[in-house]
Design a protein around this ligand. Structure first.
Ligand code: NDP
Length: 301
């Protein structure tokens, strides 16, 4: 069997087009433009790439993008003061603080200082609690993108066995909550899980969010299962040659060994081009939702 490729890039383009259409209608009917503020502390290269990409896509769907780039040694008090200011700003409907923060800043404190209604990443404890109790919340973008792809592929997920590998607050745990909300039987695996291959082999749906290059081989995958690969890992690719400075070129791979898993799975997301593009598309969708809620307008479907 060769797996069907779940094209996250194409799906994300569709979601962005839908958001752009809804933003245009919102502007026309109520004169409101949704606004997303992104806060970046320091100069982590990967974070800079993400922030640039988020800003560009925000503008492309017709929203306002506000970028706040702060020095790496910004104090906690200054960062909290900026968040207060953004919380109070009616033109800002969504606030995202790019993680990870430099070590001297307390991530939990900073995230929980964001107005939950503007917390488009869905990491504030209020949103975590709302999601956990099945109430209306802001849903973290990466797991939301995964869920959308799964629903699109399967229709109903009810009764399916799902294994989420990884229990982080930003991916694994909310992913498990969302799958539970869709009536899957959910197992959360992590670094202490006994006999992981056996656990994974039982699953109709495997979501890998570990951060270890190509850790899950095809031999672990139940024939016909759907595999969602969240991992983004950069590995050496000597077959691509060397850079000008003599260093070996690199490439991105997921947490799943794509070549072997694609022989067993029924469907699989590639890396790149799977979960990644859906994450930003969901961020834009969340910002539009936050804007509609703030203005007591019907939420986009
Ligand atoms: P974390 O490092 O926070 O969590 C990793 C999880 O994997 C932990 O729960 C850890 O277990 C578990 N783990 C580690 N080693 C093993 C192992 N050998 N067997 C089973 N479980 C293991 O990572 P994140 O959740 O933040 O991210 C996971 C991956 O997803 C990364 O590659 C990241 O780059 C990517 N990512 C991609 C996004 C996208 O948009 N596509 C967005 C966010 C993340 P334990 O808790 O026991 O330590």
């Amino acid at each position: 069997m060769v797996a069907q490729v779940i094209d996250g890039k194409a799906f994300a383009a569709k979601v962005r087009a839908q958001v752009a259409d809804q933003v245009a209608k919102l502007k026309e009917q109520s004169g409101i433009t949704p606004g997303l503020a992104v806060v970046l502390v320091g100069e982590d290269p990967a974070s800079q790439v993400y922030v640039r990409s988020k800003g560009k896509q925000t503008v492309e769907v017709g929203m306002n993008s506000y970028e706040h780039k702060l020095e790496v040694d910004t104090s906690q008090a200054d960062l909290l003061a900026l968040i207060d200011q953004l919380n109070a700003d009616p033109a800002v409907h969504g606030i995202l603080v790019q993680l990870p923060l430099p070590k001297h800043l307390n991530e939990d404190l900073v995230i929980n200082a964001i107005d939950p209604a503007k917390d488009v990443d869905g990491f504030h404890i209020s949103n975590v609690g709302l999601l956990g109790t099945g109430q209306k919340s802001m849903v973290p973008c990466t797991p939301l993108g995964c869920l959308m792809m799964l629903r699109d592929h399967h229709g109903s997920l009810s009764g399916m066995d799902a294994v989420v590998i990884g229990r982080s607050n930003i991916v694994g745990k909310p992913m498990a909550q969302l799958l539970l909300g869709d009536s899957c039987t959910v197992t959360i695996a992590h670094s202490r899980t006994k006999d992981l291959p056996d656990v994974v082999r039982r699953a109709d749906i495997v979501v890998a969010a570990v951060g270890r290059a190509e850790m899950v081989p095809g031999a672990w995958i139940k024939p016909g299962a759907t595999v969602i690969d969240v991992g983004i890992n950069r590995i050496d690719a000597p077959e691509k040659g060397t850079n000008e400075d003599g260093s070996v070129k690199t490439r991105l791979v997921g947490d799943v060994d794509y070549a072997s898993a694609a022989q067993t799975a029924g469907a699989i997301t590639p890396v790149p081009g799977g979960v990644g593009p859906m994450t930003i598309a969901c961020l834009l969708a969340n910002t539009l939702t936050a804007c509609c809620r703030a203005n007591k307008l019907p939420e986009p479907k």
